[in-house]
Design a protein around this ligand. Structure first.
Ligand code: UFG
Length: 343
């Protein structure tokens, strides 16, 4: 019997790539998504890649009555991967209540049905944002967490705490929080990828849109940081590598290979890449000279952060396989597909 995995936010950017990998590994996938930041046709695209169309329930996890009814109908769910959340850092500063309500009510409702319907295993989308500016680099999982610099970041910290406390109080619940560094790129088929609403906040979609001519020029936020070229440093990992880590994490829980009931892993490449280096990578893979200008620092930006992924490498047997250029190439291919097909 195939194990059934519930993927919340499964039509979103990282969720859709994870559904493809889960199906590829023989799991039965059902998705809950309210389509706030995605479209229903993503399941057709998942089918074009994987051969199987996952079942999609359009449902808001904040609606606990409907969630309850849905889970009652699907009592054979083995485990949950929880992506569904708002994720725009600056929007969260202007709409904190929306962020706290959406990201935390949904998580509480989800844990509540998991407890009541005996669904024991949860993988949670967390973020390296919980570390703030770490004192030591590369950052390990035991680095002290810093006060969050945005309501979005705070929802990840509080979310992790809620999950940890739940695993302490209820020994039947086991969970893994995956702290992502900066996911970029798209599936090599260019059938799924990230579709930011409006003007992108994140570097790589802004970069590819500028390359395509949708944006006039990329603004590089600061070249006076204490880094070799003065621009900020991040750890960019290919979304397909990231998706594969979710499959490994969910198998670890289902097979009972977890060492404790609540585990945390950093998911990154271990390499720090500056904004200017990311631009050079884009120029290499696209053959386009990118228009950019240096502007002032962006409020709240971390100067430099990259992962120590050795715990995930050892414990999960996972490591990133794609280079920066390979990931960037898929981001560029996806941008062209989006524009050519007017997605
Ligand atoms: N940047 C620019 N110009 C842009 C956009 C970004 O120079 O137009 C720079 C930023 O200043 C930063 C780097 O590119 O130095 C990366 O910025 P992103 O916005 O792509 O990513 P962040 O690291 O700031 O934040 C991302 C996600 C958050 C998440 C965090 C850690 O947006 O949701 O990674 O996981 F919390």
């Amino acid at each position: 019997m195939k194990k059934k995995i519930l993927v919340t936010g499964g039509t979103g950017y990282i969720g859709s790539h994870t559904c493809v990998e889960l199906i590829g590994e023989g799991f039965d996938v059902i998705i809950i998504d309210n389509l706030y930041n995605s479209t229903a046709d993503v399941v057709d695209r998942i089918q074009m890649i994987s051969g199987i169309k996952p079942f999609l329930e359009v449902l808001d996890l904040c609606d606990n009555k409907r969630l309850d009814k849905f889970i009652q109908k699907h009592k054979d769910i083995s485990a949950v991967i929880h992506f569904a959340a708002y994720k725009a850092v600056s929007e969260s500063v202007s709409k904190p209540l929306e962020y706290y309500r959406n990201n935390l009510f949904s998580l509480v409702n989800l844990l509540d049905v998991m407890k009541r319907f005996d669904i024991p295993d949860l993988v949670f989308s967390s973020s390296c944002t919980v570390y703030g500016q770490p004192e030591k680099l590369p950052v390990t999982e035991d680095a002290p967490l810093q006060p969050a610099t945005s309501p979005y970041g705070n929802t990840k910290q509080i979310g992790e705490t809620i999950i940890r406390d739940t695993t302490v109080s209820d020994k039947n619940i086991k969970a893994i929080s995956l702290r992502y560094f900066n996911p970029i790129g798209a599936h090599p088929s260019a059938l799924i990828g990230e579709l930011p609403r409006g003007v992108p906040e994140n570097l790589v979609p802004y970069l590819t849109q500028t390359g395509y001519g949708i944006r006039e020029e990329l603004k590089v936020f600061g070249d006076d940081y204490n880094t070799p070229d003065g621009s900020c440093i991040r750890d960019y990992l290919h979304v397909v590598d990231l998706a594969k880590a979710h499959v490994i994490a969910i198998k670890r829980l289902i097979e009972g290979k977890n060492k404790t009931n609540y585990e945390v892993f950093n998911l990154g490449t271990g390499n720090g890449v500056s904004v200017l280096e990311a631009i050079k990578s884009f120029e290499r893979v696209s053959g386009i000279k990118l228009k950019y200008k240096i502007v002032g620092r962006r409020a709240g930006d971390i100067e430099k952060i990259w992962a120590d992924p050795s715990f995930a490498n050892k414990e999960l047997g996972w490591k990133t396989l794609s280079s920066l250029d390979e990931a960037m190439k898929t981001a560029w291919d996806w941008e062209k597909t989006v524009r050519n097909n007017k997605l």
